[in-house]
Design a protein around this ligand. Structure first.
Ligand SMILES: [Zn+2]
Length: 147
């Protein structure tokens, strides 16, 4: 995995120069530090990611192309194990199947998601819903979080 600051700067430059309507940014440092059992760097990396997401949000709200019509979805592809197993995330590691989904911006009503269990297989249909594009009924896809 490359350092997240490079991924972040590439993403920001792409937004400024190419104006994509959909952009996936995969930060990976925290996962690497977690597997290395380097808790200090793990926490530091998560804190840097928080600031990067803040910078993304501030950028989209300052650019007329994105302002008030952009949604940012932040999630992980897995959680981390409980207790001493925190560095790992496999099927047999309790807790590692629990993550989070954060959504901010256009089309998101915070009251609708309070205390609601969600699943990662709902993200694709949520993105399609936000972008107002039709989706196909793939057997493993979940229902849009906006429904
Ligand atoms: Zn991992």
């Amino acid at each position: 995995t490359r350092f997240d600051i490079f991924t972040h700067e590439f993403a920001l430059e792409a937004m400024k120069n190419q104006k994509p309507k959909l952009l996936f940014i995969g930060y990976g440092e925290a996962d690497d530090y977690g597997h290395d059992e380097d808790y200090d760097q793990y926490i530091t990396s998560i804190n840097r990611n928080d600031r990067m997401i803040e910078e993304l949000w501030n950028y989209v709200q300052s650019d007329p192309f994105y302002k008030d019509q952009t949604t940012i979805i932040v999630t992980t592809d897995h959680g981390r194990g409980n207790g001493r197993q925190w560095p790992e995330h496999y099927d047999e590691i309790p807790g590692s199947d629990e993550g989070f989904i954060l959504m901010i911006g256009n089309g998101i009503n915070p009251k609708k998601f309070k205390q609601k269990q969600t699943y990662l297989n709902q993200i694709a249909s949520t993105i399609a819903d936000l972008m107002k594009v039709k989706t196909w009924n793939y057997k493993d896809s979940g229902k849009s979080l906006l429904k």
